[in-house]
Design a protein around this ligand. Structure first.
Ligand code: HEC
Length: 272
């Protein structure tokens, strides 16, 4: 029996030498060498999940922040990985997947801490996820009541495992739900600051890469036609990397035309 946390223990992993480590509701990461206990790190928010990575540990916070830390507790990087609580982590070695309760998944390169792919599952809640052995597919478990598969490289939905029961009720606002995946990186309000991505306020009719205070890539600066419903929909139909090769926006697609239309409806309202 190991004692030390002042609240529930939410995650357990092992360091490379076999020492157990835990993450707690009290915001601490503790190591347990031979039955003793030592705090490796203390964070402001409760920590919901913990996993060992190739170069240390990753801990998922209830404040949407993912902490990458070394085995001795030094902070390697923090990533704003979701809106609201992060609830689950999976690693396939070089990459880390982090699920937010609100239904989004970010796949991150553990060496650089950069987002590679963003997935919006569209589910009202996510609880768990894992990579398949070959690392090409991610499986998520959440409110859809059947596990679902996703292409790790593109974020595209590959379909459920087994059958999904028909949804109980039509989604109240599909567009708003889809935008949750974007909201990790983009704000929409007129006075809102840029996050990891530029603010999308007044998006339609705006020239690409035109916010003066945002460090755009050359790939985006090369675009000239102002953003329209059609071009933003196309951006996510073919994926940012085909639309503007070299863009900093992680690869993500919306395969369903109805989903794209719902997202554009939402953007029209929210970015006005
Ligand atoms: C993980 C972060 C991230 C996510 C998630 C994300 N974006 Fe982006 N987005 C970016 C970054 C970074 C850029 C700037 C790209 C560049 O400079 O190459 C960008 C650029 C854009 C632009 C061009 C803006 C301009 O000023 O020209 C649009 C439009 C856009 N994103 C829409 C979306 C939408 C809609 C979603 C959700 C379906 C989304 N993004 C999801 C990071 C993200």
């Amino acid at each position: 029996m190991l004692e030390g946390h002042t609240g529930p223990v939410n995650g357990v992993a092992f360091l490379s030498d076999g020492t157990p480590v835990t993450a707690g509701y009290d915001g601490t990461i503790r190591a347990w060498p031979e039955g003793t206990s030592r705090a490796l790190a203390r964070y402001a928010a409760p920590q919901n999940a913990l996993i060992a990575t190739v170069d240390g540990l990753a801990s998922a916070g209830a404040d949407g922040t993912l902490h990458l830390l070394s085995e001795d507790g030094r902070d390697r990087a923090t990533v704003e990985a979701g809106i609201g609580p992060l609830v689950a982590l999976a690693s396939d070695g070089n990459r880390l997947a982090v699920a937010a309760l609100s239904g989004t998944v970010l796949i991150i390169d553990t060496a650089t801490a950069q987002a590679i792919t963003a997935i919006n599952t569209g589910e009202t809640a996510l609880w768990t996820l894992g990579f398949t052995d070959d690392g090409t597919t991610l499986i998520t478990g959440g409110s859809a009541r059947a596990p679902r598969r996703w292409d790790v490289a593109t974020g595209r939905a590959l379909g459920p495992i087994g059958t999904v029961p028909a949804p109980a009720a039509a989604q109240a606002d599909r567009g708003a739900q889809l935008f949750r995946a974007c909201a990790i990186c983009h704000a929409t309000g007129a006075d809102s600051a840029s996050r990891a991505g530029p603010s999308l306020a007044h998006l339609f009719g705006r020239a690409p890469a035109s916010l003066p205070d945002y460090p755009y890539s050359d790939a985006l600066r090369r675009l000239s036609a102002p953003w329209t419903r059609d071009s933003v929909a196309q951006l996510f139909e073919i994926g940012p990397q085909r639309f503007a090769p070299g863009t900093k926006m992680p690869e993500q697609r919306l395969a369903d035309p109805d989903d794209r239309a719902a997202l554009m409806d939402y953007l029209e309202r929210a970015t006005k």
